[in-house]
Design a protein around this ligand. Structure first.
Ligand code: ACO
Ligand code: ACO
Length: 152
């Protein structure tokens, strides 16, 4: 699917609908947006995805948020967003791209590993420490964050 990627400065309601699908903490999202490179993907005029890249350490950038609009999921757009992130990071002299996701996010873990990301650690109880409300996914309570990365 042909997509147009561009940076956005002000997150609209439409962006937030997607951003909060990947990360339910509005407080955390609005904090990292200010320090990140914020990309949107459009197909014609439709907003179909968001991709937020946060430089964390020298030569390292983290995908802190990636989301595809529900009507457009399972059509390869998530893969295209990840490929765009890897290309952009390489062109901007980063060496490592990181991504973290819930231990109960089986589909996301599949997708990231399919795109070459490797598991490097687990942040135990991350979702207890950082989120006020319990999160349930795939019939399990989400507790731990799985950290992955890819060298580029
Ligand atoms: N469950 C099961 N399988 C999945 C899922 C899922 N949630 N997401 C992707 N896959 C599989 C697809 O079936 C596909 O498999 P195939 O290669 O065998 O056909 C493969 O992964 C690639 O899928 P895409 O179509 O490229 O991915 P999609 O456009 O659906 O986007 C995304 C994936 C971004 C995870 C989307 O499901 C989404 O927006 N989910 C809600 C928000 C979210 O969970 N974001 C990630 C949170 S972590 C973070 O933001 C750092
Ligand atoms: N893929 C997806 N879901 C699974 C799988 C699987 N491989 N195995 C179990 N589940 C799910 C079931 O769908 C069920 O879900 P539900 O509660 O929503 O209905 C739940 O897990 C419980 O399943 P059970 O029926 O209790 O498990 P089962 O009798 O199928 O045994 C086992 C699971 C032992 C993993 C079996 O699939 C198996 O022998 N697999 C081949 C050998 C194997 O992989 N062993 C584990 C290797 S690791 C180790 O040995 C330490």
């Amino acid at each position: 699917m042909e997509l147009d990627f561009s940076l956005f400065k002000e997150a609209t309601r439409e962006h937030y609908d997607l951003l909060l699908d990947a990360d339910p903490s509005k407080e955390a999202v609005s904090k990292y947006l200010q320090r990140s490179f914020c990309f949107e993907a459009r197909r014609n005029i439709d907003l179909v995805g968001v991709l937020i890249l946060l430089p964390t350490r020298p030569e390292t950038v983290e995908i802190v948020n990636i989301a595809v609009s529900e009507a457009f999921q399972q059509q390869g757009i998530g893969t295209q967003l990840l490929e765009f992130a890897l290309k952009w990071a390489s062109e901007n002299n980063y060496r490592i791209v990181e991504i973290g996701t819930g231990s109960t996010s089986f589909g996301q873990l599949y997708l990231y590993q399919k795109c070459g990301f490797r598991i490097v650690g687990v942040d135990s109880d991350f979702f207890i420490r950082n989120y006020k409300e319990p999160i349930f996914e795939n019939k399990l309570r989400l507790l731990d964050m799985v950290r992955l990365h890819k060298y580029i």
